[in-house]
Unconditional design. Structure first.
Lengths: 314, 526
């Protein structure tokens, strides 16, 4: 039981809080954040809520039947759906291979660009071009480049006697590789520029100290450069994971998920389910699972970043 | 510090700072407030969504139509872009001159027709008055209450219904005894071949020596396979007396994702295949289905590499560039062959009925009728008379011109179209600035008639988009070796059953049986 004094204090605190809420200064602050908050509410929280609600309903737009609550049926079906499993596997393959390939290439380009040379500003500007092109345009261009018969890539490969693979139409390996090449072409410059920013942020004194200690270039790279680039790598991995997880345009344009479902990704399957088959409930359930997966993944990365910061401080 | 001491400090703090506050307390208060707003929003949304979800669609009574057309009315038209919106572009000025109606065209990509239209119908914005779509979607849109019947509008402008080729009128335009649409494009598959190669004496002799029978337009899939094999040649070899500069292929095929179902259907129907039986059991995984898949796999040996990604444009481009001997496509290719900008085979294109199969000593063949397009009036339009006037004008008055124009993708669908070879010859002659024999045009139009006699329509039941996409998907999987043939077709049957159950088995069955009845009436199935 609270003492009278304690109760008076509580009342006083509540009064203070009320004053705080209606305080002119704070009202202005609330007014300032209100538009952003409302936009977030309607554009992010609202649709997400809509998705969560409908993930638990059976709702097919092909027939004039109203949506009905179906509990966890959509989710249970998803766990038994081989097509969903296949799309998930393809997405993870693209994600893992894309991140490794783009990080390695990006690091190489960043190291090359770190040393000043005459055309450096021009190269930097050119590097930005793939990132600026709309993914649809990139997909269409690459569809022509990878064409089996009249594509320039196969022409060059054929001239060199290296064979002419059926890039986008033969099987899962070549199909996923084609998508990976397109994604890597588009996003490696971005990775390179972020890593270059990281490289330029490393103080020269660190390298001078290593030099004084007699460290060889390879040792400097492994022991100094890479550890100091770690936060940038974490950022790159996090961003690319999110982007590749949502990969849609190149897949849709290059292979449409084919042959069969060999290159179908989660985004494409969700699109097909929701907008082609109009199975809204099932598509929403797919969306919910993807969000949960991404939240888990992002938290793991963020924990990794935090632990890397702490270890760096230590 | 004990509780009393802490309380004293806190009350001193309150006294000293008056209205200022402790940061944690403020944060807590702010959090509570935000949490409250979000909760109210979520509860409100939940109630709204639930109410919206459970509300049954109200039956909207059809208003009595005003027959007079008001000049100045703006009609919003939904149509797929490129060669299929072109007829409207050709005639919009003339429509304005004759009726005073102004057309606002809203073209979309062909692949997006269903999705965009469905989005519009579900949201019910009433953005479109006149919509062009594939007739396979008609039952679904009618059942959802998205289209307005046209029977009471016939007085606005006579669409000359009796001139429409019967299967197109019965299957494309009518549903449950009511007229809901007018045809805009009469799609049909036909067999194309290079007349010059088939007539070359050296090729004829070589063919006979190799296969033991005369080189002629194949009437069975077995013979079509021989023809395709015979004409497949590598660069540097001779074809019709000339050395080939590129590899040449015996046949093109629609085997890309989204297309392969059409190619498969041409074979499947020849072997007597049908979508469902009378108990609505999928009949895809029957012997007919397996034979069709085996045929396709065999024919890919004589098709260009990468054929599993080829759709309409790749096949059309390759044939018109002179790199294919035969292939199956829609009827519009004939007129494109006279477009010198894209074709080197003008005057060399032969057209025949789709090959078939010998069943009990009798030749059986079917020509599938994929796609097609119809003009329909939305139930939300405020200008039904004007929308009907435009639909009737395009489907009747303007249609012969745009169906014969090599710049559009529309195909003949009226008796007055298929019986006008001289007009077609003149049209193509003017366009190509050359002589086009009337006999060639007659042969082309006769082939359309012959194929239509043995037509095989698209599946037109609610969800047909999903049924057909699943079929396409598993055929593609079988063709690419991802699945065995039987396994793939069994999977299609299984998935089709699931779709039927989710859409309502009994209602789907009833619609299928009514469609089957119409097919039987037209003699398309036994």
């Amino acid at each position: 039981m609270k003492s009278k004094k304690r109760q008076r204090e509580d009342v006083a605190l509540t009064a203070v809080n009320r004053n705080i809420f209606w305080d002119k200064k704070n009202q202005l602050a609330y007014g300032m954040i209100a538009p952003a908050f409302l936009i977030l509410l309607f554009l992010a929280i609202g649709p997400m809520f809509f998705m969560f609600v409908n993930a638990f309903r059976t709702w097919k737009l092909a027939v004039p039947a109203p949506p009905r609550f179906s509990g966890f049926k959509n989710f249970l079906n998803l766990f038994q759906d081989l097509r969903f499993g296949n799309a998930f596997t393809n997405t993870v393959i693209l994600m893992a291979s894309g991140i490794i390939m783009q990080s390695l290439l990006g690091l190489g380009i960043a190291l090359l660009l770190k040393k000043p040379f005459r055309l450096r500003p021009v190269v930097m500007a050119l590097l930005l071009i793939p990132v600026l092109i709309a993914p649809v345009v990139t997909g269409l261009n690459w569809k022509l480049i990878l064409n089996d018969i009249f594509g320039p890539l196969n022409y060059v490969l054929g001239s060199l006697g290296l064979g002419q693979p059926l890039w986008i139409s033969s099987n899962r390996f070549w199909g996923l590789l084609s998508i990976l090449i397109v994604d890597t072409w588009q996003w490696t410059p971005f990775v390179a520029l972020v890593l270059l920013a990281g490289l330029e942020g490393i103080p020269n004194q660190v390298y001078e100290a290593a030099d004084v200690d007699g460290a060889k270039p390879l040792m400097v790279f492994i022991r100094v450069t890479l550890p100091l680039l770690r936060p940038m790598f974490v950022l790159i991995v996090l961003l690319r994971t999110i982007f590749i997880f949502k990969i849609f345009d190149p897949v849709m344009i290059l292979t449409q998920g084919g042959p069969g479902t060999a290159t179908e990704t989660l985004s494409l399957l969700t699109y097909n389910t929701g907008l082609k088959y109009l199975d809204i409930g099932y598509a929403m359930a797919m969306g919910v699972l993807q969000i949960i997966f991404m939240i888990i993944l992002a938290n793991i990365f963020l924990k990794f970043t935090t632990s890397s910061k702490i270890s760096a401080q230590e | 510090m004990n509780n009393h001491e802490r309380g004293d400090v806190q009350s001193n703090w309150i006294q000293r700072f008056g209205h200022t506050f402790h940061f944690e307390e403020e944060t807590m208060s702010l959090r509570k407030m935000l949490f409250g707003i979000v909760c109210i929003f979520l509860v409100f949304s939940f109630v709204t969504v639930c109410l919206a979800g459970t509300k049954e669609k109200e039956e909207k009574p059809t208003e009595t139509a005003e027959m007079a057309v008001k000049p100045g009315t703006k009609i919003n038209v939904f149509v797929d872009g490129g060669i299929n919106v072109f007829p409207f572009e050709l005639f919009k000025d003339r429509i304005k001159e004759e009726s005073g109606i102004e057309l606002i065209l809203n073209p979309v990509a062909q692949a997006d027709v269903y999705t965009k239209l469905k989005n519009e119908f579900v949201s019910g914005t009433g953005a479109f008055d006149l919509v062009v779509f594939f007739p396979m979607l008609l039952p679904e849109f009618v059942n959802m209450g998205n289209l307005r019947p046209m029977d009471d509008l016939l007085g606005v402008r006579d669409p000359k219904l009796n001139d429409i080729i019967t299967p197109y009128r019965k299957l494309y335009c009518e549903y449950e005894g009511k007229l809901y649409a007018l045809p805009y494009d009469g799609d049909l598959h036909v067999y194309y071949y290079r007349k010059d190669l088939f007539a070359h004496p050296e090729e004829k002799t070589n063919f006979k020596n190799k296969y033991g029978y005369d080189l002629a337009v194949p009437d069975t899939w077995k013979k079509a396979r021989d023809v395709a094999e015979f004409f497949t040649r590598k660069k540097g070899k001779k074809l019709a007396g000339e050395v080939l500069k590129n590899d040449f292929y015996g046949n093109g095929m629609l085997l890309g994702r989204g297309w392969c179902k059409f190619e498969w259907m041409d074979h499947f129907t020849a072997y007597g295949g049908i979508y469902f039986d009378e108990n609505f059991k999928p009949m895809i995984n029957t012997q007919a289905g397996l034979k069709a898949l085996a045929d396709l796999k065999e024919m890919t040996k004589f098709a260009p590499p990468g054929i599993l990604s080829w759709g309409y444009m790749e096949n059309r481009g390759s044939f018109l560039s002179g790199n294919l001997a035969t292939f199956i496509l829609w009827t519009d290719l004939f007129k494109f062959s006279y477009n010198k900008d894209e074709s080197v085979v003008a005057g060399k294109v032969g057209i025949a009925h789709i090959p078939g199969a010998m069943v009990d000593g009798k030749l059986q063949y079917k020509a599938t009728m994929p796609f097609g397009r119809v003009l329909a009036i939305t139930s939300t339009t405020k200008h039904p008379a004007e929308a009907f006037w435009v639909a009737s004008y395009m489907s009747q008055q303007a249609s012969i011109d745009f169906c014969f124009d090599p710049r559009t993708g529309e195909d003949p669908f009226r008796y007055s179209h298929v019986n006008a070879p001289d007009k077609l010859a003149k049209y193509l002659g003017d366009f190509s600035q050359g002589e086009v024999p009337v006999s060639d045009c007659k042969n082309y139009l006769d082939a359309i008639k012959a194929n239509l006699e043995k037509g095989y329509p698209d599946l037109s039941i609610p969800g047909s988009n999903e049924y057909m996409d699943i079929l396409d998907l598993y055929i593609h999987k079988a063709l690419s070796g991802e699945m065995r043939d039987k396994e793939a077709l069994d999977k299609v049957a299984e998935e089709w059953n699931k779709i039927s159950d989710s859409l309502g088995f009994e209602s789907q069955k009833a619609i299928w049986l009514s469609q089957l009845g119409a097919w039987k009436e037209l003699g398309y199935v036994d």
